[in-house]
Design a protein around this ligand. Structure first.
Ligand code: SF4
Length: 250
């Protein structure tokens, strides 16, 4: 089954509300976060950036995460360099963490701060990490592309391919026990082929010899909270792989 589009979800929601109204229902409870998400001004549609490879080769082997971040800060290997404010190399425990979370790319908040997952989706990711019994600084969080795609569009396949050497080298240095791929685009970037996250989620994959669990992106979970149950099953599978159990609910 194809992943539903945002427009499709809105249309379905309208039909559902109309059906309720026809049945005489006059009031429905709606989560404030959902209302805020729906009220958000849509980002203007933009044409995907042209590739502007400036042939600055990525060194074959960085020896530190800081060296990778410094190289990323100067990188102009794809068109995403043109509109970025700050590069977002990733952050967290770079010394053998249990988990590396990988998203698709920075959004507006991340672009402004130079840190991954710091907006609304990041707050939900923090909750997911907390529910698993970790603190944010105990895991590593990164993206496939290190510069914000304009208008929060999906990164192009070419952009992901050009940026992926950085993530590969980060993984080599970080040595995570498990990788969690957040959303279909991140999984597409990692695996190099189109992915239906609704079909693939929960099914173990492998990346660079490391177990890789695909699950929904927190942004998608904000738009469709009913999917949180499935995401939690995926995260529980990750904990089982690590020989851990989720902490008792506070
Ligand atoms: S997205 Fe990656 S490859 Fe493109 S300019 Fe930024 S750091 Fe370089």
């Amino acid at each position: 089954m194809a992943e539903p589009t945002f427009e499709g979800l809105i249309e379905g929601l309208e039909q559902y509300l109309e059906a309720l109204r026809d049945q005489g229902v006059q009031r429905v409870e709606v989560d404030r976060a959902v209302l805020e998400e729906l009220a958000r001004e849509p980002e203007p549609e933009v044409e995907p950036a042209m590739l502007v490879v400036e042939a600055a080769p990525i060194p074959a082997a960085f020896t530190t995460l800081d060296a990778i971040a410094a190289h990323i800060a100067q990188c102009r290997n794809c068109g995403l360099c043109q509109e970025r404010t700050r590069t977002v190399p990733g952050e967290g425990n770079g010394d053998g963490p249990d988990i590396l979370f990988v998203g698709e790319g920075p959004g507006a908040d991340e672009d402004a701060q130079g840190r991954p997952f710091v907006g609304k989706a990041g707050k939900l990711l923090d909750k997911m990490i907390d529910a698993m019994g970790y603190r944010r600084e105990e895991v590593f969080i990164a993206n496939v592309v290190k510069c914000r795609p304009p208008g929060n569009r999906k990164p192009l396949r070419e952009e992901m391919e050009l940026c992926l050497p950085y993530l590969r080298q980060q993984i080599r240095l970080i040595r995570p026990k498990v990788i969690v791929g957040l959303g279909g685009t991140a999984m597409e970037g990692l695996l190099g082929q189109p992915v239906s996250i609704t079909r693939m989620r929960g099914i173990w994959q492998e990346y660079a010899g490391i177990r890789l669990m695909p699950t929904f992106h927190p942004s998608y979970l904000l738009r469709d909270p009913s999917k949180k149950k499935e995401a939690w099953l995926d995260l529980q599978a990750v904990l089982a792989e690590l020989g851990r159990e989720p902490p008792a609910r506070k």
